[in-house]
Design a protein around this ligand. Structure first.
Ligand SMILES: NC(=O)CC[C@H](N)C(=O)O
Length: 311
């Protein structure tokens, strides 16, 4: 997709049109630090194949990846351990349940989380990252994010990580359940520490758009052409984004928008389009399923306007 197809004014207008939806949602506050976000904020970046960038809206906003980090750890775990091992500990099917649900874990035989986009599955994936210590695992993950974004300044928010770690009792229970069933190995508190830091990696819309571009572009760096994520892994990640990326709203989203996407409870939404554009959106006011209200609408507008559905 060429840069000329969309002007800055166009993008500003599309953002203004969806801004009203922020009033219908609510900022996540089950992680107390996320509750401080400005509910009216909306920002968007588009990263094009010629390296050009369009950013509009509240573009100075920085935010944490939250569940968007799940696609990044999945790619890294697949690179570290290969498909066979990863999918022996996490499934490939959508759940239709909320992202933090525990219910299917008990009924699955063998007991493994249904997919890597729900919290249980993401915790199992993070547990598979290579590294001798948590520090080393986090360092490898951050280095991978630096590669994907071409931004070595990115780190995690200590405040958000701590806030989630101190209140993550549901994720704690998922971990202990999975440890009992051999899905998770090692120390649960160490895993939660790493997982909450992974979720607290702090970015802006442009960083998000670049990651979206790389995944949409079969794993290749937009500037150098280097294969950052192997092609078959980029394909797996995109498929999960379509089937489970918006949690239990993924079906409707696929029909309305048709862009492989991943959302997070911070209000982050990443779109990976195979037509030479990466999309990063931030708007923290969420619907009851945990997806950004204005963010989903904006992605729908962009998809329809530029005919970006993959279906
Ligand atoms: N949906 C999300 O973004 C959830 C991520 C969040 N860190 C959690 O585990 O609850």
């Amino acid at each position: 997709m060429a840069t000329s197809i969309c002007s800055k004014e166009d993008l500003e207008r599309m953002i203004d049109d969806v801004r009203l939806y922020t009033k219908d949602g609510k900022v996540a506050d089950y992680i107390p630090a996320l509750g401080k976000a400005d509910p009216g904020a909306v920002a968007c970046s588009l990263f094009f194949e010629d390296g050009n960038v369009l950013t509009a809206g509240d573009k100075e906003q920085r935010f944490t990846l939250q569940s968007v980090s799940k696609i990044i750890t999945l790619a890294l775990a697949l690179m570290d351990r290969g498909e066979e091992e990863v999918f022996s500990r996490v499934g490939m099917e959508p759940t239709g349940d909320p992202f933090n649900s525990i219910s299917k874990l008990e009924t699955m035989i063998p007991s493994k989380p249904l997919n890597p986009m729900i919290n249980a599955g993401a915790l199992a994936v993070t547990n598979m990252l290579h590294g001798n210590t948590s520090q080393e695992k986090l360092g490898r993950l951050l280095a991978f994010v630096h590669d994907l974004t071409d931004n070595t300044d990115i780190t995690y928010s200590e405040e958000v990580a701590k806030s989630e770690y101190e209140t993550a009792d549901l994720n704690r229970s998922l971990c202990y359940f999975m440890k009992q069933h051999g899905v998770i190995k090692g120390d649960v508190e160490e895993l939660l520490d790493l997982y909450t830091k992974q979720c607290a990696i702090e970015v802006n819309c442009l960083d998000l758009a670049k990651i979206g571009y790389v995944i949409g572009n079969q794993g290749k760096d937009p500037c150098t052409g280097r294969q950052i994520v192997p092609l078959h892994i980029a394909r797996i990640v995109k498929t999960f984004m379509v089937t489970c990326g918006m949690y239990n709203a993924s079906g409707e989203f696929a029909i309305r928008v048709g862009i492989p996407a991943k959302s997070g409870v911070s209000g982050a939404v990443l779109g990976a389009v195979p037509f030479g554009v990466g999309i990063g959106i931030y708007s923290p006011s969420l619907d009851e399923k945990g997806n950004s209200m204005a963010g989903m609408k904006l992605l729908e507008t962009i998809s329809k306007r530029f005919d970006l559905s993959i279906f």
